[in-house]
Design a binder for this molecule. Sequence first.
Ligand code: ATP
Ligand code: MG
Length: 350
Amino acid sequence: MDTTRALAQSLIEAVDDPVLVVDDGPRVSAFNAAAHKLWPSAAAGKPLTFIVRSPDVLDAVERVLGGERRIAGTWSERVPVERLFAFTVSPVASVDPAAPARAAIVFRDLTEARRLDMMRVDFIANASHELRTPLASVLGFIETLEGPAREDLAVRDRFLAIMKGQAQRMARLIEDLLSLSRVEMNEHRRPDSPVELSLIARQIVETLRPLAEERGVAVTCTVPDPDIVVAGARDELLRVAENLVENAIKYGQSGKRVDVTVDIDEADPAGPQARLSVRDYGPGIAAVHQPRLTERFYRVDSGDSRDKGGTGLGLALVKHIVNRHRGRLTIESRPGEGACFRVTLPLLPS
Ligand SMILES: Nc1ncnc2c1ncn2[C@@H]1O[C@H](COP(=O)(O)OP(=O)(O)OP(=O)(O)O)[C@@H](O)[C@H]1O
Ligand SMILES: [Mg+2]
């Protein structure tokens, strides 16, 4: 008898999901470590209702103890946090015909899977929405050009220019989505080429100078000599700097000044880190928005950002790239006082 019990216990311990074995009553007769983690108060001999209150689970157990075969279902819990489980109740056979009926309940936590599902649905909805707007506008202009504006050369040129802008916007969106999925796919592989961080900062400041001048923003660039070298992927770090400086110019335009700095953060608990800071003196970002800025398609003021050609993917990309580099992105901002985005990256081991 004892060996059977030990065998049964070792079998249920081999399952990673929570398992409860119950006998007539129904009372708990055995459970595994995963079940104990989920229900710390679980103990052999306790009535099942003390642990699981879901009427669906209790009903299935009763039916299986009464002779029915395997029953599957789902059960969701709202407190303390919202969780979703799939469960199956199966009869447990015994060699002794006089033994009381037993049932095994196996739970599977679907909470994380459901969260990912929701994210995917949201993502597809957002991406389609972002593409649909410019596409509808291009189609509208094509129709006008085919019909009423056919012969009007001035109108034609104007419409073509708008259509070009919309097509470029769609191309950029697709390019960003592809970069994002590329970076995400490689997130576990840490890039390790030596990259000079000051060079990155200087190059981006030069590239964005025309945009800055157009908006009346003066960009300063303070970098150390000799340069700071990090372990990274050059093209990805260029994207990081580009997104941060471009955002600072676009959204911090009213501050008329953007400071880009490269230095070493000596205070980091993990040892000295390379640091790229981009500071603007614009309207800043309210605290409620700050944690969400790196979500895909998240914009503080979507109308304003869309007017500025933004899709809300820039900071999502920045965060993924920084993660892949085992670095950190921090945002400091008080409304009215501008914003400072900082990226710290591990130094290249010498
Ligand atoms: N320096 C800043 N000051 C104020 N708001 C900012 C700043 N940087 C970003 N934001 C806000 O964060 C939002 C998200 O930025 P993000 O770079 O992810 O997207 P975007 O600039 O709108 O689009 P994309 O970068 O894809 O062109 C922006 O829409 C803007 O509202
Ligand atoms: Mg951006």
